[in-house]
Design a protein around this ligand. Structure first.
Ligand SMILES: C[S@@+](CC[C@H](N)C(=O)[O-])C[C@H]1O[C@@H](n2cnc3c(N)ncnc32)[C@H](O)[C@@H]1O
Length: 552
């Protein structure tokens, strides 16, 4: 019998992809990334209605969290994997969301000349495609870009993240070797193939002290292969087991985007938006280069870039300096980490990591900014008066603090409209995390984003809510972990096997959760603030007291 062409076009479809939320996809994050580059963002202010399209939305987790956080937005998700679509729709229904549609469709069908897009063509403020473009075959990638371009409204933003060279050069050897064997692996049996291939490649690298010519040329591969050992098989399949897997140099990707009128604006990784932060001599080389694609290539080569989060537009609208300032002034920020945590040891905490190296923040400059934001959510306008920085310098500082997770965008009154439905979603997610479902984040309405929340944290949270105290708390959590088949992992990635060490680990996480994460979740509206337990008043106490024995 002739073989039917597969609906997946060589994309790995025999298991589901992982569920995760990415802050770079939030409208607030994308708007700021555009503003930083002097481009008019799609929304004028927080709370304004918008249309958002997620191409290749996977299990829909990210989209559901976004739809819950931004009730004023209309969210569309597209994926051709029926399990992904079914999961996303079920989660959205359980969360009671009305502003989201997830459709089972193929980019190739949507890009066909006679196709009618299920959302207003040319009407999307934001189109995102996270982790897809370089995992699919060339025709599918072209269709993805065509659909993105056809969906965007003028000056709308397209976020496209992908694997790039030269950072993937070494690991492309792993993928080549794996591709020889993977088609033969029966569904569900791919796990050992990854490990066998990693082991084989390890041997080809030779001894660490006496590497083979291959090992000497790719010294980083030894470390990179270690990550294969710890990564979940679903992730490894999603990463490597696609026929179309082909990282792209940035210049090639820009050329392909240009064919669809999509032009590069900047990066959704904020630290990469400021050329002045680059170390010399790279900075001078880049600043001398007038062609934008050549600049980006120089940076990628010098930093061995492996992953890009590009922000593109269909039609640029450049702001004048005055318009830029006017747009920036009302943007407001909230503290995510306590100010003391930032300033207690500034040489550690004000140490920002970027692809080109580390940036040491000056406590004298950051102190007043952090103080102002920790006292109350602060707009850029008020921060300009509170500190001695120019708008340009302040924007860089805020961008680095945002990227380090120290602050978030303040959604202002728009957050209140989302709070009830976000709390309902978080309740649902917490219940599922506690049962071992691999969700890893909870939503924070006040900042329109999410924070990591592990199964261990979710179980400790349950115990704390049930008012359990030590030693009962850690013993119960350990029991629940066993029931859900979850292993405790130590700081060095090792599985913690001994009961006393397991209990210690639980107690350590419980203390952090109680002191920082739960207060953060409450302050930013992710969970309801518990009503303080009233001290029993005199009258209730006397009412509840056991009757006094009759006087003799
Ligand atoms: C690596 S996953 C990323 C999922 C999601 N964006 C995320 O970051 O969690 C890529 C997704 O693209 C979908 N996909 C691949 N080819 C597609 C096509 N031709 N049409 C529609 N969806 C496709 C896959 O089913 C998968 O869910």
């Amino acid at each position: 019998m002739a073989q039917q062409p597969s609906w997946d076009h060589g994309y790995h479809s025999s298991s589901s992809y992982t569920s995760a939320f990415y802050r770079e996809l939030t409208p607030s994050w994308l708007d700021f990334a555009a503003l930083v580059k002097g481009q008019l963002p799609p929304r004028e202010s927080e709370g304004e209605p918008f249309v958002f399209l997620d191409l290749g939305c996977g299990t829909g987790f990210s989209l559901v969290v976004l739809a819950s956080l931004y009730p004023e937005g209309r969210f569309y998700g597209v994926d051709f994997h029926p399990d992904h679509v079914a999961h996303g729709l079920d989660l959205a229904r359980r969360a009671g969301l009305k502003n989201i549609e997830i459709l089972e469709a193929d980019f190739l069908e949507l890009a066909a000349p006679d196709a009618v897009l299920p959302w207003a063509a040319g009407g999307c403020h934001y189109v995102v495609a996270h982790g897809i473009a370089t995992w699919v075959t060339a025709p599918v990638q072209a269709a993805l870009l065509a659909v993105a371009a056809a969906s965007l409204r003028p000056a709308g933003l397209f976020y496209c993240s992908y694997n790039t060279y030269p950072g993937w050069l070494a690991r492309s050897c792993f993928q080549q070797l794996l591709a020889l064997d993977l088609p033969a692996a029966h569904p569900g049996g791919s796990g050992p193939r990854f490990h066998d291939t990693a082991r084989l490649l390890h041997q080809l690298l030779g001894d660490e002290a006496q590497p083979s010519p291959f090992g000497a040329s790719y010294p980083s591969l030894r470390r990179e292969l270690q990550s294969v050992e710890f990564a979940p098989v679903d992730y490894l399949c999603g990463e490597y087991a696609n026929e179309g897997w082909a990282p792209l140099y940035v210049t090639e990707m820009f050329a392909r985007c240009k064919a669809h009128k999509l032009s590069f604006l900047g990066s959704a990784t904020y630290s990469e938006s400021f050329l002045e932060l680059l170390p010399p001599p790279l900075r001078d080389l880049v600043l001398q280069e007038p062609r934008i694609e050549a600049r980006e290539l120089l940076i990628d080569l010098a930093t061995n870039k492996a992953f890009r989060r590009d922000l593109l537009t269909k039609g640029q609208v450049r702001l004048t300096h005055q318009e830029w300032l006017e747009r920036l002034r009302p943007v407001s920020f909230q503290l995510l980490q306590p100010q003391e945590a930032w300033l207690a040891n500034p040489s550690d905490t004000l140490h920002f990591r970027a692809c080109f190296g580390e940036i040491q923040g000056d406590p004298q400059a950051y102190g007043p900014v952090l103080s102002a934001i920790s006292a109350a959510p602060s707009s850029l306008h008020s921060l300009l008066s509170a500190c001695q920085q120019s708008p340009g310098e302040l924007v860089v500082m805020l961008s680095l603090l945002l990227e380090a997770g120290g602050i978030g965008f303040d959604r202002g009154p728009a957050a209140a409209k989302a709070a009830a439905q976000v709390q309902r979603l978080n309740q649902l997610l917490l219940g599922r995390i506690q049962e071992g479902r691999s969700y890893t984040q909870l939503a924070l309405p006040a900042v329109g984003s999410a924070i990591p929340f592990s199964v261990l944290e979710a179980l400790i949270y349950r115990a704390q809510r049930e008012q359990l105290e030590e030693p009962m708390l850690s013993s119960c959590v350990l029991l629940w972990l066993k029931e859900t088949n979850v292993q405790l992992i130590g700081d060095g990635h090792q599985v913690i096997l001994e009961a006393p060490a397991q209990l210690l680990k639980i107690q350590e996480i419980a203390a952090i959760l109680k002191a920082t994460k739960v207060p953060l979740l409450e302050r930013l509206g992710g969970v309801p603030t518990p009503t303080p337990r009233l001290k029993a008043s005199r009258s209730t106490r006397s009412r509840n007291r056991a009757p006094a024995p009759p006087e003799s």
